[in-house]
Design a protein around this ligand. Structure first.
Ligand code: HSE
Length: 300
């Protein structure tokens, strides 16, 4: 029997929620097919769409690492053949490694008779993130598995909260053709923050979450600010601040770095403004000689 599962791209951090907030994108994502085998081993049989860059070794590939974490928890020595079809670009900040791990887990879980809920699969996918990014953060894997906006209230123990999404909320993803490794864009982060920055960041994350609950787009817009990661990381993304000005002027709610970049996300109150954000980005990046891919998605 073969099971195929899809898992979507995700926007992690969402400006002020460094490592604790993320949301899922429709349609764009990775597909993984799993078949039981008799070898008792996890074997990555083929990977497409990665330009030959991803490792096939079972202890390095995010699909097999995630499945291994699940099997160890179950106490099972079942073997699986794994086929990965990448729909997401690598090193893009769209949760590419997370989507592979999430899709692999959903497929393997189904093949095993669904012993786990989607939420219970999150810790196994975090093991894969450790291998891929050097840190077991959950802000891509949790929304990729659970959909919508997910808050990681705490890591020890893991406490996940699925948040409401106001009707009409759209996201435009702008992917300039640059590759940034999460491990590299984590290494530029300051290790300590000031009391003042901590206060500003707390106000914004509380405002953003309140805005989602209240369906208050203006509150969401005022809260899309990051004084922790963005000041260091924006320097790695040409055109970042120029684009922000354009984005605000067309009535979008705001923009920020998607995960660890270089993709920029824009939140918009409707589809029309989301489309305009894509056009604005094409103009800004054309001026600096960078190609950009634009994806538009409703958030729900
Ligand atoms: N929260 C993580 C980071 C997401 O910002 O490094 C990586 O996609």
């Amino acid at each position: 029997k073969k099971v195929t599962a899809f898992a979507p791209a995700t926007v992690a951090n969402v400006s002020c929620g460094f490592d604790i907030l993320g949301f899922a994108i429709d349609e764009l994502g990775d597909k993984v097919s799993i078949m039981s085998n008799d070898s008792g081993r996890l074997e990555v049989k083929s990977i497409s769409g990665d330009g030959g860059k991803l490792p096939m070794e079972a202890d390095k590939n995010t699909c097999s690492v995630a499945i291994q974490a699940m099997l160890s928890h179950l106490g099972s020595d079942q073997g699986f053949d794994i086929v990965l079809e990448k729909g997401l670009p690598l090193g893009s900040g769209m949760g590419s490694s997370a989507a592979s791990a999430a899709a692999a887990l959903v497929a393997a879980n189904e093949l095993l008779g669904a012993p786990y809920s989607k939420e219970e699969l999150v810790p196994f996918a975090m093991e894969a993130e450790k291998i891929a990014c050097g840190a077991g953060h959950a802000d891509n894997v949790a929304p990729s598995l659970m959909g919508g906006f997910v808050l990681i209230r705490d890591y020890y123990p893991l406490d996940l909260v699925k948040l409401p999404v106001p009707a009409g909320l759209h996201c435009t993803l702008l992917h300039p053709h640059l590759e940034l490794k999460t491990s590299d864009s984590r290494s530029v982060l300051r290790k300590e923050i000031s009391l003042k920055d901590s206060t500003v960041q707390s106000g914004n994350i509380a405002g953003l979450i309140s805005g989602l609950f209240l369906g208050d787009f203006q509150l969401i817009s005022r809260s899309l600010r990051d004084v922790i990661a963005e000041p260091s990381r924006a320097l790695l993304i040409p055109g970042f601040y120029e684009l922000r000005e354009e984005i605000r002027s067309i009535g979008a709610l705001g923009s920020g770095i998607s995960g660890s970049g270089p993709t920029i996300f824009v939140l918009a109150p409707d589809k029309e403004i989301a489309i305009m954000a894509g056009k604005a980005a094409e103009d800004v990046f054309e001026k600096i000689g960078l190609e950009v891919d634009v994806y538009i998605s409703e958030v729900n």
